[in-house]
Design a protein around this ligand. Structure first.
Ligand SMILES: [Mn+2]
Length: 278
């Protein structure tokens, strides 16, 4: 099934926190006429400090290039972490169009402003929360997260995100996300759009703000989310990690059931043998 458009952002390839394997899987299972990369796909700041580029990260790049070769229109809107690409706005690189921002018309006729969103950092007042993005405390949290999850997986089998949790705490303190959403919706309205599609704050959302449709694609670090537009212009948020978790739990339950059934069959067989021996 081919959808009309896939939007994703904040992949942060080149960092340890990037959930590249899950994204490669997501890309292999989803086709669309157009793929929007809404910024922070490659993390240039981190790459300068230390090279972290495992095979999974290549697989994501390959999957994107393959889509472009296969006829998917791929539009890349660089963010603040991959702003080096902003020098190439207007060019086509490997079949990928580079744009600073875009005007996107959905199948239902709605006009959306597509932008990464970092240009509003200065506008959003009291942006203390933002200090956590791209600084060393944030990098430490991201580095620590897989280690904590390894321990957690041993006893609960569930994935838990330290930085997701800590950011939720910080969010309560400064209410940054809410302000970001309002500022972007207001800007889209002032520019005459029906909605805005952005990323940057790693907080996926589809909601109405003052008659403006606000869509944030989320990220592939703390969560694994993307927004998909179907042929009718309907937008849906896909939480790939949650879907995988559900699948994992279902499979575990099925294995457990099979084990119990096998045990029961074994008990029955033993009883049968005993009966035959008598
Ligand atoms: Mn960003």
């Amino acid at each position: 099934m081919t959808d009309r458009t896939i939007f994703l952002s904040d992949v942060h390839l080149g960092t340890r926190g990037c959930r590249a394997r899950l994204l490669a899987e997501f890309l292999a299972k989803h086709e669309a006429e157009t793929l929007y990369l809404v910024g922070d796909i490659v993390d240039g700041w981190r790459l300068k400090k230390g090279w972290h580029w495992p095979e999974d990260h290549n697989a994501v790049i390959q999957a994107i290039l393959e889509k472009a070769r296969g006829g998917t229109r791929v539009i890349f809107i660089p963010g603040n972490h991959d702003e080096v690409f902003r020098d190439y706005i207007g060019l086509h690189l490997g079949g990928i169009e580079l744009k600073r921002r875009d005007s996107f018309v959905a199948a239902d006729g709605r006009r959306y402003l597509v932008t990464h969103g970092d240009e509003f950092d200065a506008v959003v007042a009291n942006a203390k929360w933002l200090a956590y993005l791209g600084d060393s405390a944030y990098a430490a949290l991201i580095w620590l997260n897989p280690k904590i999850n390894m321990v957690r997986r041993l006893w609960s089998h569930r994935y838990w995100s330290l930085s997701k949790w800590s950011k939720q705490q910080v969010k309560q303190a400064v209410n940054y996300i809410c302000k970001f959403e309002e500022v972007l919706a207001l800007d889209a309205r002032q520019k005459g759009f029906d909605g805005v599609i952005c990323g940057h704050i790693h907080h996926a959302s589809i909601r109405e703000i003052g008659g403006i449709r606000y869509i944030n694609t989320g990220d592939w670090v703390e969560s694994c989310t993307a927004v998909i537009e179907n042929a009718a212009g309907e937008m849906r948020l896909v939480d790939w990690e949650a879907r995988k978790n559900r699948q994992f739990l279902l499979e575990r339950r099925a294995r457990k059931r099979a084990r119990i059934a096998a045990q029961a069959a074994g008990v029955e067989r033993t009883a049968q043998l005993e009966q035959e021996a008598q």
